[in-house]
Design a protein around this ligand. Structure first.
Ligand code: SF4
Length: 430
């Protein structure tokens, strides 16, 4: 059986698709890159925005139009919230909520592999995602993910360590991912995200770990120490969702666990102690009822903190959430103006940070290769490109020279001119 895989959404979804890929291949199927060559398609869906869901439906229809005999399985978050309309799309043979590979293989009549076999590798790229938990116990009023993925549940530390060991054979960097990783261990005795990371850096020392999206106020002192004192093991980089700098809006969003001031305090404390520190945030614009004063409060918080990139996105009403009933919708024209202002601020801060890295050293992990160029990522989340034919290690140290956006790296004894720019922001959502 030839299977085409397509993933929409966040790293948790991408991880789930890789577990399906491994189960399919272990079950004797062949994964192909084009749906034109496939007998079956597995589409992992996202529900964070209506755009993500519309794209999924568009792809399913197009595949059925171009390959009349294709059988499609739709899995993931939109599938979990399906009202029957996904099941009625052309070519759909099954709708599987969430990311369970066994359930997907069952629809395709492929025997499931032995339960609990760790994920060994990601098909693409020098980095791998390591899912440590799923679900969320919070109920932000704009979020459908928590509805789709259910309550927070942590994987056992021993299982996570075993998988990290397996993945470390193929990846120099592993990104700890999930839906609400800051709540890791809340359902386990004596465990937390800090205790898990501590164990990972001791038991899998050859890998650089990186945190995916984590709430600023959920970075406890144990985790902070690792971020600040062991950058070779835990990348000094935080993607901490802010969403809004207005406490009035945060309350209406249901984000009760922090205020703008608490967020600022935690981030300032961390950033002040790290020589190089990548700092990003999700910022939502246009939440119903958002006023000019709320927007200015958000802008002030963003201007006050050492962000190196920002991910700004407009509020998107989601089925089953209450956000839409909490205030007057913000006019799209005004939301677009506010988004542009925040994005410009983020880009200016990123450029200033990059210039400030001039003459410093970076710990670079190779993340990929295309058109004869290597792509790499520094510990503080700067994406770089290596213009060299020389073979490079999967991880090495480079000296940064950031004159007009270019970076010089010492690679294998040769000085290589490389272009430097900020890494792509993390995918929307957790
Ligand atoms: S936005 Fe994040 S914290 Fe809030 S409910 Fe969704 S997954 Fe949970």
């Amino acid at each position: 059986m030839r299977v085409y895989l397509h993933t929409f959404g966040c790293k948790a979804n991408q991880y789930d698709t890789e577990t399906v890929r491994q189960a399919l291949e272990d079950g004797g199927a062949t994964v192909v890159d084009q749906w034109g060559e496939a007998d079956v398609a597995v589409v992992n869906s996202c529900t964070v925005t209506h755009v993500a869901e519309a794209k999924m439906r568009g792809l399913v229809r197009r595949m059925a139009r171009e390959r009349r005999d294709i059988r499609t399985v739709v899995m993931g978050c939109a599938a979990a919230l399906d009202d029957g309309s996904i099941a009625r799309l052309p070519g759909v043979a099954g709708v599987v909520g969430g990311g369970d590979p066994v359930a997907v293989l069952k629809v395709l009549d492929i025997p499931a592999p032995a339960a609990g076999s760790p994920l060994r590798a990601f098909a693409r790229g020098g980095r791998g995602w390591l899912k440590i938990q799923d679900g969320c116990d919070e109920h932000c009023t704009f979020c459908a993910t928590t509805l789709a993925r259910g309550d927070s549940r942590s994987r056992l530390p021993a299982t996570v360590v075993e998988e990290a060991r397996a993945l470390s054979q193929n990846h120099a960097e592993l990104v700890l991912t999930g839906v609400h990783i800051g709540s890791y261990g809340a359902d386990l005795e004596g465990e937390s995200l800090g205790t898990l990371v501590e164990r990972l850096v001791v038991e899998v020392p050859e890998v650089r770990f990186r945190l995916s999206s984590v709430e600023a106020t959920e970075v406890d002192d144990r985790l902070a120490d690792l971020l600040l004192d062991a950058p070779e093991h835990l990348a000094p980089h935080l993607h901490a969702p802010l969403q809004s700098g207005s406490d009035r809006v945060l309350k209406r969003m249901g984000r009760h666990w922090y205020t703008a001031a608490r967020y600022q305090d935690r981030i300032e404390w961390l950033a002040a102690r790290a020589p190089a520190f990548g700092l990003g945030a999700d910022v939502m614009v246009g939440f119903p009822g958002e006023t000019g004063a709320d927007h200015r409060a958000t802008l002030e918080v963003v201007q006050s903190l050492p962000f190196t990139y920002l991910h700004v996105f407009p509020y998107s009403e989601r089925p089953g959430t209450v956000g839409g009933r909490l205030g007057v919708p913000v006019e799209p024209r005004i939301a677009a103006q506010r988004s542009a202002e925040l994005r410009e601020t983020g880009l200016a801060k990123g450029a200033a940070y990059r210039a400030g890295r001039d003459g410093q050293y970076a710990d670079i992990v190779i993340t990929g290769r295309s058109h004869g160029r290597y792509q790499g990522l520094t510990e503080d989340y700067l994406e770089i490109e290596l213009e060299t034919e020389a073979p490079v290690e999967r991880r090495f140290e480079a000296e940064l020279r950031t004159a007009n956006g270019r970076i010089m790296a010492e690679v294998s004894g040769t000085r290589c001119q490389v272009s430097g720019r900020m890494a792509e922001p993390l995918a929307p959502g957790p």
